[in-house]
Design a protein around this ligand. Sequence first.
Ligand code: C2E
Ligand code: MG
Ligand code: MG
Ligand code: MG
Length: 286
Amino acid sequence: HAKEQGRNGFRFVTKEMGAKSRERMDLEGALRRAIREGELFLVYQPQVDTLTGRIVGLEALVRWNHPEEGLILPGRFLPVAEETGLVQAMGDWVLFEACAQIRRWRARFDLSIPVAVNVSGAQFRDGQLPAKVARALDANGLSGPELEIEVTESTLIDDVEAAAETLTALKRRGVLIALDDFGTGYSSLSYLHRLPIDKLKIDRSFIHDLSTGASDASVPRAIVGLGRSLGLSVIAEGVETQEQLQLLRDLACESYQGFLFSRPVPAEEVERLLEKLTAAHPVSAE
Ligand code: C2E
Ligand code: MG
Ligand code: MG
Ligand code: MG
C-alpha cells in the first residue's frame, strides 16, 4: 500500500528527481544492510604537533566497503544516514568500534593520545549521547579522556542551552570535546566561553586559502588567538603542504592534521606508526 502511494507521489516529480529519490532509497536499504552486515569500518588520521612532529591524537573517520561499488566515503552516505535516521545506528557502531579499538591499542601500546570520534547533529541532539558514550567507555574499561567527541559549530548554535547541557554531561564522564570545522558557522563567538570545549579545529578551507594566495592568514591567526585567550588547544585541518605547515608554525598553532603527514589509514597501519612512537618508551612487562 505504501508502495502505491509512493508511485503516485513519483508521478508529480520530475524524472531527474524521481531517479534521485530512487537512488536515495537504494542507498538507504544498502546502508541499513551495511550496518547490520559489518560493511562499515574506521580509518584513523594522525594529529601531529607542529613543532616536534610527534603524533598527539587520532581522528576516527567512517568508511563503507560496499560489496559491488567498493569504497564509499561519508560525503555520499552521511546525508542519507542523517535524513533517514540511520545515523543513530551508524553513530552507535562508530562509537563502540572506536572505544573497542582504543581498548585493543591500550593493551598493546603505551597509548596516551586521545582518539576523536565525529558526532552528527541528530546524534548530538537526541539526548542519549552522554549515556551511550558512558556505556561505550564502561564496556571497554576506559575512564574518559581517551576519547574525544567532535561536534561542529552549527550543531551547537541551534540551541546553545541544550548543547551546553549535553556537553556538560559528556565532560562529567571525562571525555574531551573538539569543535570541528571551526570558523565556518554563522555564530557569534559569545557562546564559546559558556561551553565546556577543549579544542578548536580550524576548518580546512582556511588552511587551503593559506597557500593559494586567496586570502592572508588572518582567520587562522584569529582562531589561534581566540584559543589562547580561552585556554583551548587549536588544531589545523587539511594541511597538505610544507608551506602551510610553516605558516602554522609561524602562527604558533600547536597541532595539525592533513595529507602532508598522513591520509586517514586503517587500524593496522596506525599500529605501525604507534610501534615507532612507543619504541622509545616500551610498555613495561607485566
Ligand atoms: P571532518 O570531521 O572535518 O573530517 C576531515 C575530513 O577531511 C575527512 O574526510 C578527511 O579524510 C579529510 N582530510 C584530511 N586531511 C585532508 C587534507 O589534507 N586535504 C583534504 N582535502 N582533505 C583532508 P572524510 O573522511 O571524507 O569525512 C568527511 C566528513 O564526514 C568529516 O569531516 C565528518 O564531518 C564526517 N564524518 C566522517 N566520519 C564520520 C563518522 O564516523 N560519524 C559522523 N557523524 N560523521 C563522520
Ligand atoms: Mg572531524
Ligand atoms: Mg573538520
Ligand atoms: Mg567537515
